[in-house]
Design a protein around this ligand. Structure first.
Ligand SMILES: C[S@@+](CC[C@H](N)C(=O)[O-])C[C@H]1O[C@@H](n2cnc3c(N)ncnc32)[C@H](O)[C@@H]1O
Ligand code: SF4
Length: 380
């Protein structure tokens, strides 16, 4: 494991459009309008050119959102032409596109395949139509199945499905049904997130008003435990807090984040990390387009990560992985022993049963993983 790449060989591209906004979602997304999307893609094309050329072939590309699959087949084709024109892509480059059920068709899938896309990620969230409605999703379970099978028939051999647990009104039995329904489809990767109540979402407001009935913390812990046991039993490796993969199907792009390696972030509100500088792009579509029409990088904030901040961030991100942080890789990156720098906090977590040490790694225990967000606060 290597935490010390200096040259970015990964890119994230943000497509900020969705058919409608789901009630729980706080991602930087806007309702899709064809003309606005056209202008946005034109600006994105300029941004892609500003960050090119990169000399090394890309390891991973992640086109996320929002809903990239809401773009027309033509627009998707143009986006890939721009990417291929400016970056070196090989047959080994992992190229993922996030898709919403109900927004893919044979033509879009063919264009993605022809352009080297080799991984799709579908947001399903739950296997009950009632729940999907309650979440503000645009699709039914049947529409998800149709999209999933279309993708399989279209030759996609590496597919992820996103799920959310601890949803309002969700019982253990409903979560069992969702998880087992998904396992029956044998996707290559499953992301199972517990619901985060994000501020400025309709869910948050209903919750504040006492109108959302959430499972208790004990039920949430049981759901997490059940997820780990069930998916492990079915041959999925639990390799990050919320992520499970069939052998050799780990999300290579996400591993770039968890290993705190560089990544070029493109698109409105996107984050990047290049040459030790973490930056975020302008969040509004109009100012993003304006900035690029003047051929300026649309960066809103940037900060050089050095010293303790870089070390703490590297530790925190690597501890999200089930294997934890490699003691040797940490030493290679920072030239000092992790136990010298973080000795007292690591000891405290070990004493509390949140962290364990193997010969090569420090990793969170299951209890530590469940409490990860609270644990990490101590590092900030
Ligand atoms: C960036 S979203 C895009 C996925 C795609 N647009 C879709 O919804 O089908 C990736 C995933 O984040 C998860 N997610 C979004 N908001 C969440 C929240 N508040 N709590 C937990 N998971 C969330 C969902 O599982 C979603 O599929
Ligand atoms: S969950 Fe996906 S589809 Fe729903 S608003 Fe967020 S990004 Fe859009």
């Amino acid at each position: 494991m290597n935490y010390s790449h200096k040259t970015a060989t990964s890119i994230y591209i943000h497509i900020p459009f969705c058919a409608t906004k789901c009630y729980y979602c706080a991602f930087n997304t806007y309702t899709f309008h064809k003309e606005q999307a056209k202008a946005y893609l034109q600006a994105l094309r300029t941004e892609i050119a500003l960050y090119a050329p990169e000399t090394e072939p890309l390891q991973t590309i992640f086109i996320g959102g929002g809903t990239p699959s809401i773009l027309s087949a033509n627009a998707l084709g143009q986006l890939f032409t721009d990417i291929h024109q400016h970056f070196r892509i090989t047959s080994d480059t992992e190229i993922t596109v996030e898709c919403n059920p109900g927004t893919v068709d044979t033509e879009k899938l063919r264009i993605m395949r022809d352009n080297g896309v080799n991984r799709l990620s579908f947001g399903l969230q739950a296997m009950q139509d009632e729940t999907l409605k309650q979440l503000g999703r645009i699709h039914s379970v049947a529409e998800f199945l149709e999209s999933y099978h279309l993708a399989r028939d279209g030759g996609f051999e590496n597919i992820n499905i996103d799920l959310i647990f601890a949803l309002p009104e969700q019982t253990m039995e409903m979560w069992h049904d969702t998880l087992n329904g998904v396992i029956a489809l044998a996707p290559d990767h499953i992301s199972a997130y517990n619901l985060v109540m994000e501020e400025a979402t309709p869910f948050y407001e209903s919750w504040q008003a006492g109108e959302l009935h959430l499972p208790t913390e004990d039920t949430e812990a049981d759901m997490f435990q059940y997820t780990i046991e069930t998916l492990t039993m079915h041959g999925y490796e639990h390799y990050e807090i919320c992520n499970f993969a069939k052998p050799d199907r780990h999300a290579r792009h996400n591993l770039v984040y968890w290993n705190n390696q560089p990544c070029i972030g493109l698109g409105v509100g996107a984050w990047g990390y290049i040459n030790g500088v973490r930056y975020s792009n302008i969040r509004g579509i109009a100012p993003y387009i304006k900035q690029l029409s003047d051929r300026n990088k649309p960066v809103a904030d940037s900060e050089r990560l050095t010293g303790h901040a870089e070390k703490a961030e590297t530790l925190m991100l690597a501890l999200r992985k089930r294997e934890g942080i490699s003691v040797e890789a940490y030493q290679d990156r920072f030239g000092e022993e992790i136990e010298v720098v973080f000795g007292s906090i690591l000891k405290k977590w070990m004493d509390l049963g949140l962290l364990e040490r193997t010969a090569t790694h420090l990793h969170l225990t299951l209890r530590g993983l469940f409490l990860a967000n609270e644990v990490f606060v101590e590092l900030m």
